[in-house]
Design a protein around this ligand. Structure first.
Ligand code: GDP
Ligand code: IMO
Ligand code: MG
Length: 421
């Protein structure tokens, strides 16, 4: 059984904790896109781990952890993350890094910073990790791959071309020799982890092993299907698995969407159900909605059913896992957006025009809140009735079952809804 887990909103849905839960029964966990723009939180016995590049399943001893070809990475960041895990007693011996993953270079970060400054008020609000420029160079066929770090002559040639280009186009100057030495040093440190990840995954599949594909970001941040240009630069929707890990579509048995009981977004861009006042602040406070990578406050809003239906379609979701239900505990009333209104017209499905995302009005359905602490609930049947109704309503809107939901960030705070079936 090979499972894909993707974010069904704008990221930070709680994918890390879901991966941690599912990884227990799987043999390997694969990151297939994005880079250290991701921040996936797992809390084990009160101890917090935030993963940026390394698959969140690595906390389970013996699992194979793979950073596949679709990822872009800064070697220094990866080595730092590995070291931090080691010092906390987590083995990284089963970690593999694709030779075809791309390297984020210093000029990528510099370019991104400059571009954001030029955009000014229209900035994307990136995580500043050089992700966009690294993917741009990959597509332009001049990117430096992790495998190149092991081949001095190839690396030298590629670095030279890039430095010439960046100098001519942007006036950037870097010491070629220094950069080359640094990269070669990273290569030496990473050598034993570097592999043909697609072949490795293929072999695992042939052996009948179970693989979990860990999506980063979320559907609405997908470069093709998200709120472009306010997106990340990779295919974060489920389709990204095939190209990002080198597996055929038939290898995927199940696609799970992770969805928060409300909506958040970090960075700029359209967000129809955003709440700027008291309720938004309450959600941010109750949900500790501050970026796991940059610490920025996340924008918060009501649950958006239009986006959910869109995520179901784009990813082909088989089921949903609903997180952070407890964050709504204090609210008198809760709202779910079921459609948008644009110039008096009712829109049921997610539009694909920028002006509509920006200007559409959410149409809400109001439901009773539960005004009770759900974080102590030990099963679905002990949830207050309005909370059960809220879960059922999200299932109805998305037309997909919710098998699991969470009422707190700890491992044991994930509960089953099987009574619903
Ligand atoms: P990811 O990027 O999708 O892995 O999500 P993040 O780790 O960036 O953000 C999710 C945050 O919510 C983390 O701080 C989690 O510890 C926290 N979290 C996850 N599930 C729950 C939950 O059910 N209740 C509460 N209160 N917090 C949760
Ligand atoms: P996880 O995996 C939430 C957002 C940034 C910005 C946009 C582009 O933790 O859910 P980038 O640095 O990727 O070029 O920024 O995408 N973004 C995320 N938002 N969660 C993430 O990852 C994100 N990764 C990128 O805030 O709006
Ligand atoms: Mg995150």
């Amino acid at each position: 059984m090979n499972i894909v887990v993707v974010g069904a909103q704008w990221g930070d849905e709680g994918k890390g904790r879901v991966i941690d839960l599912l990884a227990k029964k799987m043999d390997a966990v694969v990151r297939y896109q994005g880079g250290s723009n991701a921040g996936h939180t797992v809390i084990v016995d009160g101890e917090k781990f935030v993963f940026h590049l390394i698959p969140s399943g690595i906390l389970h001893p013996g699992k194979v952890a793979i950073i596949a070809n679709g990822v872009v990475l800064e070697p220094a960041e990866l080595l730092k993350e590995m070291e931090e895990l080691r010092t906390r007693g987590v083995a990284v011996d089963n970690l593999f890094v694709s030779a075809n993953a791309h390297v984020v270079m210093p000029y990528h970060k510099d370019l991104e910073k400059e571009e954001e400054n030029i955009r000014g008020r229209g900035k994307i609000g990136t995580t500043g990790r050089g992700i966009g420029p690294a993917y741009a160079d990959k597509i332009a066929r001049r990117g430096i791959r992790v495998g190149d770090l092991l081949e001095k002559e190839t690396l030298k040639e590629k670095v030279e071309i890039n430095l010439k280009l960046y100098k001519r186009l942007l006036g950037y100057t870097y010491s070629q020799e220094k950069l080359l030495q640094e990269l070669l040093e990273y290569g030496r440190k990473l050598e034993k982890y570097i592999t043909d990840s697609s072949a490795l995954i293929h072999n695992l599949i042939e052996e009948g092993k179970d693989i979990l594909f860990e999506g980063a970001q979320g559907t609405l941040l997908d470069i093709d299907h998200g709120t472009y240009p306010y997106v990340t630069s990779s295919n974060s929707a489920a389709g990204g698995v095939c190209s990002g890990a080198g597996v055929g579509p038939r290898a995927i048995s199940r696609v799970i969407g992770v969805v928060k009981a409300y909506t958040t977004r970090v960075g700029e861009g359209p967000f129809p159900t955003e709440l700027e006042g008291e309720v938004g602040n309450l959600l941010r406070k109750q949900g500790s909605e501050f970026g796991a990578t940059t610490g920025r406050p996340r924008r918060c809003g009501w649950f958006d059913g239009v986006i959910l239906r869109y995520a179901v379609r784009i990813n082909g979701l088989d089921e949903l896992i609903l997180t952070k239900l407890d964050v709504l505990d204090r609210l008198e009333k809760v709202k779910i957006c079921i459609a948008y209104k644009f110039k008096g017209e009712l829109i049921q499905s997610f539009p694909n025009r920028f002006s509509l995302w920006k200007e559409c009005e959410p149409v809400y359905e109001e439901m009773d809140g539960w005004k009770q602490d759900t974080s102590k609930a030990t099963s679905y049947k002990y949830l207050p009735l309005p909370a059960q109704n809220y879960i059922k309503r999200i299932e109805e809107i998305g037309q997909v079952p919710i098998h699991l939901f969470s009422v707190g960030p700890q491992r044991e705070e994930m509960l089953s809804t099987r009574e619903l079936d």
